[in-house]
Design a protein around this ligand. Structure first.
Ligand code: CTP
Length: 416
């Protein structure tokens, strides 16, 4: 374990330094301090760790204040949850914030509700967790540095490649764990242990169905952030998860799976969020009414809903636009969010979409509204019309120089 903890490929040295500062402070306060959850799991798997999940047996807020006093920064305490966020200065760490959490037990007042928490021991804290592979801790303070706590045999399950819940009510207490189980199983190519698999049943699915749209959408967002999103969605579908939200929800089309992983060409000049692209590819072929109902059910952001609906409408118009002039394409595409155009280009390969993204959208007339005003044209809707016609002429190759544009402008002003 010590070797893994000191491996800079798994844990960059700046994180190691930060951890030893926290561990040193906790030791001086006689506060047992642990790294838990995904950190331990990924370290044991020999994967670089992302989150530093720190738990103390004691008051995490008190520890936070002591760290701020010694190393600077600011503390945001959350007294209700016995947690604190330490906002560090750039001198302390390149990481901006770190969560400090008090070991706790959780009780669920009703299935699917968010739990109530009470300070407790690390053992209890590990027992409240989702899967054995996430229920291990590494102690950090003083002479205990590097000790593994594994009361639920998580290490053995990691070695066997098994995702296993800690108790039969796990998916009922928190049915979002169904999504989590699928994410871990597909991410690590593990299997869901049969005793856990049978717990994904009509009872737990009914509770999952009752959760707020926001909680469920968050789980789908996490799926689309993963490399193997397609395999995860397929698995959720096989488990009957997707159809409980909307029976008309389509399967993620396998032929779009590679598109999600493709690198956006730099020449397009757009950056697209993988999560949004995931939803666009998933729902691109659905009718608008399915998108509208799903958007309400899963509490999609208005940005996402708008992109989805605009993308679907555009897709339906693609045949009629096929041989249209560049200006017709451009004026139509300007009503569609760039992400939706990009997704449709990935799916259809339509060259006009790429032309729009790389070139047409940047084409403007040289003449401006101010120029029209200077020529004594009374302001009004004719400004837009004239400027659009000039722009269309550039787009469609009818003018090639400023001189051409000015000639065209003269005729447009006479006609206006
Ligand atoms: N956890 C849980 N039940 C949940 C969510 C989280 O028991 N519904 C616990 C797990 O022990 C998990 C830890 O909280 O390891 C941290 O949760 P999270 O950050 O979501 O997961 P990670 O383990 O960090 O995994 P990932 O790599 O997916 O972020």
């Amino acid at each position: 374990m010590l070797r893994l903890m000191r491996d800079p490929n798994l844990l960059p040295s700046e994180k190691q330094t930060l951890l030893s500062r926290i561990a040193g402070q906790a030791a001086s306060m006689n506060m047992p301090c642990y790294l838990v959850g995904g950190f331990v799991r990924d370290l044991l798997l020999g994967r670089p760790v992302n989150d530093l999940d720190i738990i103390v047996e004691g008051d995490a807020i008190q520890l936070g204040h002591a760290l701020v006093k010694k190393h600077g920064g600011k503390l945001t305490p959350h007294h209700k949850f016995h947690t604190a966020i330490w906002h560090m200065t750039p001198d302390t760490s390149a990481l901006r914030t770190i969560d400090l959490i008090t070991a706790r037990t959780e009780t669920y007042l009703r299935p699917g509700a968010l739990p109530t928490v009470k300070p407790s021991t690390i053992e209890d804290d590990l027992h409240r967790r989702d899967f054995t592979i996430n229920a291990m801790a590494i102690r950090m303070d003083g002479d205990h540095f590097g000790e593994l706590l594994d009361p639920l045999n998580g290490q053995a399950d990691l070695e066997k490649g098994v995702v296993r819940v800690l108790h039969p009510h796990s998916f009922i207490e928190d049915p979002t764990r169904i999504f989590r189980a699928v994410r871990y199983a597909e991410r690590y190519s593990f299997i869901l242990h049969p005793s856990s698999f049978i717990l994904i049943n009509p009872e737990s699915l009914a509770i999952l169905k009752s959760l707020s749209g926001e909680r469920i959408r968050h789980e789908f967002d996490l799926i689309f952030s993963e490399e193997r999103s397609f395999a995860m969605l397929l698995r959720l579908d096989e488990l009957g998860v997707c159809k409980i939200f909307d029976p008309s929800l389509p399967k993620f089309d396998q032929k779009y799976s590679a598109l999600l992983d493709s690198i956006t060409p730099a020449e397009l000049g757009i950056s697209i969020d993988r999560v949004m692209l995931g939803y666009l590819l998933w729902l691109m072929d659905s009718p608008s009414h399915v998108i509208e109902s799903l958007s309400g059910r899963l509490d999609f952001t208005s940005e996402l809903t708008k992109a989805l609906l605009a993308g679907v409408h555009l897709k339906n118009e693609m045949t009629s636009l096929k041989d249209a002039k560049p200006s017709t394409w451009t004026f139509r595409l300007e009503q569609v969010p760039l992400q939706a155009i990009y997704a449709l280009w990935l799916v259809s390969g339509e060259p006009a979409l790429k032309e729009f993204l790389t070139k047409w959208r940047h084409v403007k007339s040289h003449t401006t509204g101010d120029d029209l005003k200077a020529r004594g044209l009374p302001p009004g809707p004719s400004y837009k019309e004239i400027l659009n016609q000039l722009r269309a002429a550039w787009l469609d190759g009818e003018v090639h120089s400023i001189k051409d544009e000015l000639q065209l402008l003269e005729t447009l002003i006479v006609d206006s």
